[in-house]
Design a protein around this ligand. Structure first.
Ligand code: MRU
Length: 353
């Protein structure tokens, strides 16, 4: 299992995903501000992983606080929560994790716990968010494996692997689950311009696992599908609206359209923490725009001329009608998503795979 993020005493340690696969370097964040910066600058990325990072950053920030008395600690706590919330706007897991930390803080404060006890509560909640995410990925892997063909040629986009989660992965969790279930699996990894999460991170993870992996540039997926060389598509998600519209890495929408044209099942794998029932449809999902330099440069080398305008949305929205199923830790949910996703949150949910 890859060490995506871990707590070591009062430090949050994460592998620097900007440097992979060339270098395996770990970043040690000793303050909440350093964790927030690591999220913003993509040291750590991927929806569930940034939720875990924010929770750990909040816990470390409060642990280091010199504030005395619950009221002053509360002010410091909410300031740190705002710092985390301002890092990246699209992945709802970030806000979900911050809300969980807020609920844990409020319950401890209401129960009259001391500042030291509150700090312990926050440490435990952050670790629980981490551990639950690994368990969710494992469950997604087991459910998802059931719908993967016995001889699977899977296309995936971006990195929804161990590096994007607390471990094991969502889309890559499904791939790993299928391999563990004895299916014959090979993977095509879209390189995923501009940040190259597919070529750098997905391929790195899969090669380490010994899963046959072919990297393609994003514009090759159509030709590959037309040649009949893909029979399953699975991707992760950054936010799933109540009607099933799904925001994921830019380029996912194009892959979904191509999959529909070629009658290839297109699945999304994501934990419930990625489903945002308060957002009715994809048009309401905030889409992060990142720096022009990510598009105009690769590895420091300039590709596009000075003066050219650049559009660099980090995500797009795949409309729900292109999604065959949403694989979660509670089973696979099918259209109509307006109904099935509500059921996903019901306590007595029976998996529908
Ligand atoms: O910009 P990133 O690298 O954070 O975007 C990541 C993605 O779009 C992933 O596919 C998504 O977060 C799912 S991760 C399990």
């Amino acid at each position: 299992m890859l060490p995506t993020i871990a707590r070591e005493g009062d430090t949050v340690v994460m592998i620097d995903q900007r440097k992979l696969p060339a270098e395996e370097v770990y970043v040690h964040c000793k303050t909440a501000a350093e964790v927030a910066r690591a999220i913003k600058t993509m040291v750590i990325r991927g929806a569930p992983a940034i939720g875990v990072a924010a929770a750990m950053g909040i816990a470390v920030g409060v642990r280091k606080s010199k504030a005395t008395g619950t009221q002053k600690v509360a002010a410091e706590f909410y300031r740190i929560c705002e710092l985390m919330a301002a890092t990246r706007p699209t992945a709802v897991n970030l806000f979900w994790a911050i809300d969980r930390m807020k609920r844990a803080f409020a319950a401890a404060a209401k129960a009259g716990q001391s500042v030291d006890q509150i700090k312990d509560v926050l440490d435990r909640e952050a670790q629980t968010i981490h551990d639950e995410d690994v368990a969710s990925c494992r469950a997604m892997g087991a459910y998802g494996a059931e719908v993967v063909p016995a001889e699977a040629h899977i296309l995936t986009h971006c990195n929804a692997g161990a590096l994007a989660t607390a471990g094991y992965g969502t889309a890559l969790g499904v791939i790993r689950g299928a391999v563990e279930a004895g299916k014959q699996v090979s993977v095509f990894a879209d390189e995923t311009r501009p940040f190259l999460q597919g070529a750098r991170l997905t391929a790195w993870e899969l090669v380490r696992d010994g899963i046959p992996t072919t990297v393609i540039t994003d514009n090759m997926a159509g030709a590959l599908m037309r040649q009949g060389r893909v029979n399953f598509v699975v991707v992760g998600a950054d936010r799933i609206a109540a009607n099933g519209d799904t925001a994921n890495k830019i380029g996912t929408y194009g892959v979904a359209v191509l999959a529909r044209e070629h009658n290839i099942p297109f699945y999304v794998a994501a934990p419930l923490s990625t489903i945002d029932l308060s957002t009715p449809d994809g048009s309401r999902i905030p889409i992060e725009e990142r720096s022009a330099k990510e598009v105009t440069h690769i590895g420091g080398a300039q590709l596009a001329p000075d003066g050219a305008a650049v559009w660099n949305p980090a995500f797009d929205v795949t409309p729900h009608h292109l999604i065959v199923g949403i694989i979660t830790e509670r089973g696979i949910f099918r259209p109509p998503y307006v109904e099935s996703l509500q059921r996903a949150f019901a306590r007595d949910t029976v998996p529908t795979s």
